[in-house]
Unconditional design. Structure first.
Length: 248
C-alpha cells in the first residue's frame, strides 16, 4: 500500500524557497525540543540551492538551532570536496560559512576516497545515530528526483532491496559515468520526515508515473521511498505540477 503523501505546489521560486526553509526550520525546532538534536540528510542538485542560500540569511538563520544540528548528505559523487560536482561543496559555498554550526556536526561523505573506503567511513559516521544495530532515524531526509525517476543515487535498474545503509554506485546517467555513494531506502524510509523537492516541466511525465502510476520501483526508484513511520511531503513548482491527473 503506497504511503500517503502531501503535495505543496508553489508558484514562484521565492515562494518555493521560503516554504522549504520554513518547513525545515520548523522540523529542526521540533526535533531539538523533543530529543535535543536535529539530523538532516541534504540533497544535491540545482533545486535546493536557493533553499540553502536563503537558510543562511536572516530571519531564518537566527531561527535555527545550529549548535544542535547535524548535517549528512543523501548521496555524494566520488570527487574531492572542492570539486564543482561535489554535493558537499554546494552546501559549503552557500551555507556553512554563514551559520554557526559546529564543524564536528558536519558529516560529509569522503568523495575523494575509494568507493569501498568511502562507503565504510560514511556508514561509521551514521552509527552513533542508530540504536541496537537498527538503521539510524534521521529527522529529515531531503531528496530530489531526476527525469528518469532516480533519487539520491538510486538509479533505474539497480537492486530494489538494499539492506546496507550506504552503497557504492557505478552507473551511466545522461550519458556520463556515475561513481557515487548513496544512502539506501533502508535509512531513508526510517526518517521522521521525507521531503522531495521537484521542479521543471521536463519531469512532469515522470512525476505523474511516480505518484499515480503503477508500482514499478525497479524502473522508478523514487517509488522505493515509502516512509515507514514518518511524514511524506512533495514540494513542487507549477511547471512540474502541470497536468498531474491524480492531484485534487
Amino acid at each position: 500500500m503506497p504511503k500517503p503523501f502531501t503535495l505543496h505546489i508553489l508558484e514562484t521560486p521565492d515562494q518555493f524557497n521560503q516554504f522549504g526553509v520554513q518547513l525545515l526550520t520548523n522540523f529542526a525546532q521540533e526535533a531539538v525540543a523533543k530529543h535535543g538534536r536535529f539530523t538532516i540528510a541534504l540533497s544535491g542538485g540545482g533545486t535546493p540551492a536557493g533553499i540553502y542560500q536563503l537558510w543562511s540569511e536572516r530571519p531564518y538563520r537566527d531561527q535555527m538551532p545550529w549548535q544542535h544540528t547535524h548535517l549528512f548528505w543523501g548521496d555524494e559523487r566520488l570527487v574531492p570536496p572542492d570539486d564543482p560536482g561535489s554535493n558537499y561543496k554546494q552546501v559549503a559555498d552557500l551555507l556553512l560559512p554563514l551559520v554557526p554550526i559546529p564543524p564536528e556536526n558536519v558529516h560529509r561523505a569522503k568523495g575523494e576516497w575509494g568507493m569501498a573506503t568511502a562507503v565504510t567511513d560514511y556508514t561509521t559516521q551514521l552509527q552513533p545515530f542508530a540504536q541496537d544495530g537498527q538503521p539510524p532515524v534521521l529527522d529529515v531526509v531531503l531528496l530530489g528526483m531526476g527525469n528518469d525517476g532516480h533519487t539520491a543515487s538510486l538509479f533505474p535498474g539497480s537492486p530494489v532491496q538494499q539492506p546496507d545503509w550506504v552503497i557504492g554506485v557505478t552507473a551511466q546517467y545522461n550519458g556520463r559515468p556515475a561513481q557515487r555513494i548513496s544512502l539506501t531506502p533502508t535509512v531513508i524510509n526510517q526518517a521522521r520526515h521525507v521531503i522531495f523537492l521537484v521542479t521543471g516541466s521536463n519531469k512532469t511525465a515522470t512525476l505523474q508515473k511516480v505518484l499515480y502510476g503503477p508500482h514499478q520501483p525497479d524502473q522508478l526508484p523514487a517509488q522505493r521511498i515509502q516512509p515507514a513511520h514518518g511524514t511524506f511531503t512533495w514540494l513542487l513548482d507549477t511547471a512540474v505540477a502541470q497536468n498531474l491527473t491524480g492531484h485534487r
